[in-house]
Design a binder for this molecule. Structure first.
Ligand code: DGT
Ligand code: CA
Ligand code: CA
Ligand code: ZN
Length: 579
């Protein structure tokens, strides 16, 4: 266990003893021991190795033994027993600003508080204000602390993180002392949600960069402000870390902080197997690890260099999830991933006929601007009355309008007439077959009864896939990221049915959906399942969602041939049987 973790254990021991009402001297020994370790300049391993830990003022005999045990074994029976004896909900209370061991003890003994929930309840009933040493002000502070904790703990959509990165990164790159800057972490890997942002900067003069960072507009809290690392919280709750490293470490740090943890573990194993040690500092022969701290023998002028030094082909950030990418890179068998430019059009888009904000012609004009060869219009069907779904008559009118636009030659893009037809609760579709037959294609989606049990939902979706007129399923799971869970279903059975019936599954590119989830795509596409990336556009600028869709597809290892809407207009016409 490293020093940082040991300090945390000591602090937790102190707090737990305090909660249990132990002798204050004993309690203080742990807190001051933690502080001593924190300010210790020497390497903890060295001090322990030379048997000098007990000589350091502030660390007594009992503490010395415990720290040594933690350092060498990573475990401590005393600690484990203590943890088991304190209700776990009580330790959660530590995350509420202003609450320490003593206050938690009082809340527990006098009000039976044992969790954040019961604390919230006690505050709302005004009981906390009445406790000795608390008062109305403290009660209020606790309540707002709990509220913030929830907001702060929340993750953010990748799309929202992108807006913040696009504001901060160019400004960072333009600072005079900055040689290079990148946004790493889950953002760079294109995860659908992002916990915090991780900026990595190369510079030999970190101080003014840190000053700029913690002084940015819209910051609500500076949670760390150091020479090489700072952390901030912004309005809206988004947090960001900034690390400044010397130029020669930049690509190692960028790689390390891009992660994921699982990917890093595999990379370090790969390095070790070659007698090398890989870290955020660099790549060096293993035995030199302690001797030359900051300067490794391997130089990297790009992230490609980091991989090639380990005999690996370059792994794009989207693939770095520890899901076989290092093994594939060893064999030079990484997929040639889909690119945004590969897309030739899309199929799931709404107009003012249902709940979209733009007309057919506006949508066609925007598709022309983007150079697309085709654009599918799929407005809602009649059961989606809340979305102003089209009935048969209005749908047929739209089919004719689309025909007229195509015939007019006003736009380069070829419009397809489709429908996003509701899959009703037993798997029947919202339109008669004869109506569906008059369309170029059909997207079938679930919009109600999202909470059906797994078997019912699976059967329902499979029935839709078996319908001859259905081209593809829309937003399979119905999830709304950070807002609504996916419906329960057996995804494998649904993929089987899609394959058996020659149907396409959508990868809905709306940043709140990204559905079907990227984690299913690699295996499914290997078996031959076709993906269609659709923006589900309800306005012109929603076509931009395709960026998020392509990123999710890349995370699913998808290649161009596996994505239907990379096909050219003639190929699509053939697939849909329109020529
Ligand atoms: P997030 O912020 O929760 O969306 O996810 P990440 O992946 O951005 O995670 P974060 O911000 O905690 O750390 C950024 C990267 O730094 C992470 O992907 C890998 C690396 N990293 C951080 N802590 C560790 C660790 O304890 N072990 C290893 N191997 N890598 C770590
Ligand atoms: Ca992060
Ligand atoms: Ca972070
Ligand atoms: Zn829909």
């Amino acid at each position: 266990m490293d020093k940082k973790d040991i300090i945390e254990v000591l602090e937790r021991i102190g707090t737990m003893l305090e909660i249990k009402g132990e002798n204050p001297f004993k309690v203080r020994a742990y807190f001051s021991g933690a502080r001593t370790l924190q300010t210790m300049e020497e390497d903890l391993g060295e001090v322990i190795g030379e048997g000098r830990l007990g000589e350091i003022p502030g660390i007594g005999k009992a503490l010395t033994e415990k720290v040594e045990t933690l350092y060498t074994t990573g475990e401590l029976e005393f600690y484990d027993k203590l943890v088991a004896s304190v209700p776990s909900g009580l330790m959660d209370l530590l995350e509420v600003p202003g609450l320490g061991g003593k206050k938690i003890k009082a809340l527990h003994e006098q009000l039976d508080v044992d969790s954040i929930d019961s604390l919230t309840k006690a505050c709302k009933e005004g009981k906390v204000a009445e406790l000795k040493g608390f008062g109305a002000k403290t009660q209020e502070k606790i309540l707002s602390g709990i509220k913030n904790r929830e907001a702060y703990a929340a993750r953010h959509l990748w799309w929202d993180a992108r807006a913040v990165v696009e504001r901060i990164l160019p400004a960072l790159q333009a600072l005079p002392d900055v040689e290079r800057a990148e946004a790493a972490g889950s953002f760079r890997r294109g995860m659908e949600t992002v916990g915090d942002l991780d900026f990595i900067v190369a510079s030999s003069n970190p101080v003014p960069i840190m000053e700029w960072f913690v002084g940015m507009e819209g910051i609500t809290e500076v949670t760390a402000h150091g020479e090489t690392k700072s952390s901030i919280r912004m309005e809206g709750g988004m947090q960001a870390d900034l690390r400044v490293v010397p130029a020669e470490q930049f690509y190692f740090a960028l790689h390390h902080f891009t992660g994921s943890k699982d990917h890093n573990v595999r990379m370090r194993q790969k390095a070790l197997s070659m007698g090398l040690s890989l870290s955020e500092w660099g790549l060096r022969p293993e035995e030199e690890k302690n001797a030359t701290r900051k300067k490794g023998p391997v130089r990297a002028n790009s992230e490609e260099d980091v991989f090639s030094a380990l005999g690996l082909s370059y792994v794009p950030p989207a693939l770095r999830e520890g899901m076989g990418e290092v093994e594939a890179a060893e064999k030079d068998e990484l997929p040639k991933l889909l690119n945004f430019e590969d897309l030739q059009g899309c199929f799931h888009n709404h107009t003012t006929a249902s709940d979209g904000r733009n007309s057919l012609k506006e949508m066609a004009g925007e598709a022309d601007k983007r150079g697309w060869g085709y654009l599918g219009i799929a407005d809602h069907s009649k059961s989606s009355f809340q979305a102003n779904g089209l009935d048969e008559e209005r749908l047929l009118k739209q089919v004719h309008a689309i025909q007229a636009i195509n015939d007019s030659g006003e736009f380069r893009v070829r419009l397809f007439s489709g429908s996003e037809v509701d899959i009703l609760s037993e798997g029947r579709l919202d339109f008669e077959d004869s109506v569906l037959e008059s369309l170029d294609y059909v997207v079938a989606s679930v919009h109600n009864g999202l909470t059906q049990d797994e078997d019912t939902m699976t059967t329902r979706l499979i029935r839709a896939l078996e319908h001859p007129q259905v081209t593809m399923l829309g937003h399979l799971s119905g999830r709304l990221l950070l807002r609504r869970e996916a419906s329960k279903m057996n995804v494998q059975k649904i993929i089987d049915a899609a394959l058996a019936n020659g149907k396409i599954l959508e990868l809905n590119a709306n940043p709140m959906r990204l559905d079907m989830d990227w984690r299913h795509w690699r295996k499914a596409a290997d078996r031959g399942l076709l993906c269609c990336i659709n923006p589900d556009a309800h306005a012109l600028h929603h076509f931009d969602f395709q960026y998020a869709g392509v990123l999710a597809a890349r995370k699913g290892w998808l290649q161009r041939e596996q994505v239907f809407n990379t096909r050219t207009l003639p190929e699509v016409l053939t697939y849909l049987g329109l020529n």
